[in-house]
Design a protein around this ligand. Structure first.
Ligand code: ATP
Length: 232
């Protein structure tokens, strides 16, 4: 089953036209990454999927349901969890309170115990307030928070940004574990080493459109193909 099918997606911030016909798809159980330079339109694509743009046109189907005409508050209830780049944990609430706050929207969410097994660092921080966590702990909490909801499609915006390699490793392991549990995952990533290691397929964006699609083995066989796009 196709979990996410995007066709000719255009999106605007006010008068500013930022996405110019994005098309890609994600099958059930796949881990797909969106790569691209700063400003390519990756975050905007995720925001458009969540209905968080001033205007969007084209087609975005979630497990077959067209969402382009739906208001933002209806979209998570179709089974999608969004972890934004800014993490947005509640600073004055404890870790446990942050975890328990999002509503359950479907069956099959992880229990608190399962979440703590995935992110053991959070156990000893359970009573700490969100504002006292390190960047890595906040990122883990931001991911953990959408796992209770029962969402089957998870979208993560640059979860490794600014984090130490040891924390990046833990987050990579958690994302791979979530894929093994059957979640479908869309990951925006600047770190193409990380993306190449864990993705099933990778899309590259530039100037508000998808400009290439490849598997990690294709990327490894032709390193210059990614370098050309990413300017690395
Ligand atoms: P980054 O890795 O820097 O987040 P990105 O690929 O996610 O890059 P976007 O954040 O989607 O890129 O930005 C795409 C374009 O939209 C850029 O030209 C950016 O300047 C513009 N843009 C982003 N946010 C806004 C906003 N709130 N209002 C107007 N333009 C915006």
């Amino acid at each position: 089953m196709t979990m996410l099918a995007i066709e000719n997606l255009q999106a605007w911030y006010g008068e500013s036209h930022v996405l110019h016909g994005v098309s890609f798809h994600v099958e059930q159980g796949e881990l797909v990454t969106l790569l691209g330079r700063n400003g390519a339109g990756k975050t905007t694509t995720l925001r458009a999927v969540m209905g968080m743009m001033d205007r969007r046109t084209g087609s975005i189907r979630l497990a077959g349901t067209e969402t382009i005409g739906l208001p933002a508050h209806r979209i998570p209830r179709l089974g999608i969890g969004y972890c934004p780049e800014e993490r947005a944990v509640f600073r004055s609430l404890t870790v446990t309170e942050n975890l328990m706050l999002p509503p359950q929207i479907g069956e099959g969410g992880l229990s608190r115990e399962e979440i703590y097994a995935l992110f053991p660092n959070l156990i000893e921080r359970a009573r700490s307030s969100g504002g006292n966590l390190s960047g890595g702990e906040q990122q883990m909490l931001a991911i953990a928070r959408i796992l209770r909801t029962g969402a089957k499609l998870l979208i993560f915006d640059e979860p490794t940004e600014g984090l130490a390699p040891v924390i990046v490793r833990q987050i990579a392991d958690a994302i791979v574990a979530l894929k093994k549990r059957g979640f479908t995952i869309v990951l925006v990533e600047q770190n193409f080493h990380f993306a190449t290691e864990i993705a099933d397929r990778m899309y590259v964006m530039d100037h508000g459109v998808i400009v290439d699609e490849m598997t990690p083995s294709e990327a490894r066989a032709d390193a210059r193909r990614l370098e050309r796009h990413l300017g690395v």
